[in-house]
Design a protein around this ligand. Structure first.
Ligand SMILES: *Cc1c(COP(=O)(O)O)cnc(C)c1O
Length: 411
């Protein structure tokens, strides 16, 4: 083999991020390569939630809204998250879910382009991104959705001069491939349209540069390790702060929420993208994760992500060559996130057999095996063990066991 397990252990010993793995709860004997779907819990999360329940909620009751800064959590947490996506203070608001954030960002974009009626949507995007836009267009009436596939067909879609906004994901959830966001954003904006990026599979995988975008959204429970159902984020470029108005005009985005006025007036700045009462307990877990992120050098995070994903591609291609896997993720590290995907005609039972042997990845229809490499806690030895175990499952055909054929509800 090109690289031994001992070589991998030596790389781990020299890894500048190695101490951060100790900050996470990871079950013994599991190689967890699903941090791109649900990040592992930071050790501080349980204590943070307990503290909020016992001291803030339990100690100050309703007074905690003022005393413990609960009301400002969407903007204060947004400011802490901002550096991870290349944004500045006062540009990110945290709350709700990604699906809801999409409605906020896209509806605001549509209102900024009132003469244009077309929303460009990607057939390969995560389905909820498409469904939310479809629901929005249906409710507004008069808007048309124009489908592209990735950036294929984008120039033709923009040519008519009638596109209000384009919604794409920076990193494709199935293939792990990454768009050149600066180039695509420039093309969209040159056509007079606004660019909305979904950063669900980017934030925490590497330092995102959101700055050219008009709007961006993303979730915090994947690479950002905020916990199941942790709140999403919306980024709004400062050039739109004065004029951007979305349709979910809840009281927490009001200019004077405690004046209880009968009519809606948007708050100044990005705060108007807050909607309603924040999920305070979820914010506690997310902020515990941001405590860890504040200690991570993002250049080191990226270097490690490239090393892990490249190593996995090399090892799998070497060990699994005869068994019908097809690499769908780019070999160029610049063109991928922190995930590697392979196709296999029996992808579902292969993944189930692999999980039974202690390596957790996941499966996405129709035939994709996904492996996410969260750089804060995945080691080179994990990559090695995952590739060796995958090769065993394929060589010995463990996946043929009929237990693995029946589909579970969540794949
Ligand atoms: C994970 C993910 C979502 C999840 O949306 P929720 O509203 O949090 O359920 C949406 N879009 C993309 C691209 C994702 O990867």
């Amino acid at each position: 083999m090109t690289i031994s397990r001992a070589d991998c252990a030596a790389l781990d010993a020299a890894d500048p991020l190695r101490h951060l793995r100790d900050e996470f709860v990871l079950p013994e004997g599991t190689v967890y390569l699903v941090g791109n779907s649900l990040g592992a819990p930071p050790k501080g999360a349980a204590a943070a939630v307990t503290r909020v329940v016992a001291e803030e909620w339990g100690g100050r009751l309703v007074g905690a809204w003022n005393a413990d800064g609960w009301f400002d959590l969407p903007v204060s947490t947004g400011d802490r998250l901002a550096p991870l996506i290349g944004a500045g203070p006062g540009q990110v608001v945290v709350g709700d879910t990604t699906s809801i954030a999409i409605v906020k960002a896209v509806s605001a974009a549509l209102r900024l382009r009132p003469g244009r009626r077309v929303i460009v949507s990607d057939l390969d995007n995560f389905p909820t991104d498409r469904y939310m836009v479809q629901g929005l267009a249906g409710a507004l009436g008069g808007h048309e959705i124009r489908d592209v596939r990735g950036t294929e067909g984008l120039d033709a879609a923009l040519a008519g001069g009638d596109v209000a906004c384009v919604l794409l994901s920076e990193v494709d959830y199935r293939t792990g491939n990454r768009h050149d966001t600066a180039e695509v954003t420039a093309r969209v904006q040159a056509a007079g349209a606004l660019m909305v990026w979904d950063l669900c599979h980017s934030a925490g995988a590497y330092r995102v540069d959101v700055s050219p975008a008009d709007f961006a959204v993303g979730c915090t429970y994947k690479y950002l390790n905020g916990g199941p159902g942790s709140p999403a984020f919306v980024y709004v470029h400062p050039r739109h702060h004065a004029d951007a108005e979305h349709i979910l005009t809840g009281w927490h985005g009001h200019a004077a929420p405690f004046a209880f006025e009968p009519g809606y007036r948007p708050a100044e700045g990005v705060r108007r993208f807050a909607v309603s009462t924040p999920h305070v307990l979820s914010f506690a877990a997310l902020n515990a994760s941001l405590d860890v992120w504040e200690r991570a050098d993002l250049a080191e995070v990226r270097a490690k992500s490239v090393a892990l994903t490249s190593l996995f591609i090399d090892l799998v291609e070497e060990l699994c060559a005869p068994y019908g896997l097809g690499l769908v993720t780019s070999r160029d590290p610049e063109r991928r996130g922190s995930q590697v995907s392979f196709t296999h005609p029996e992808g579902y039972p292969v993944m189930r057999a692999l999980i039974d042997r202690g390596v957790q990845g996941d499966f996405r229809a129709p035939d994709i095996l996904r492996f996410g490499f969260a750089p804060l806690y995945i080691r080179h030895v994990d990559v090695h063990d995952a590739a060796v175990t995958l090769a065993e499952v394929l060589e010995k055909e463990h996946w043929r066991d009929e237990r693995y054929m029946r589909r579970l509800a969540v794949t």
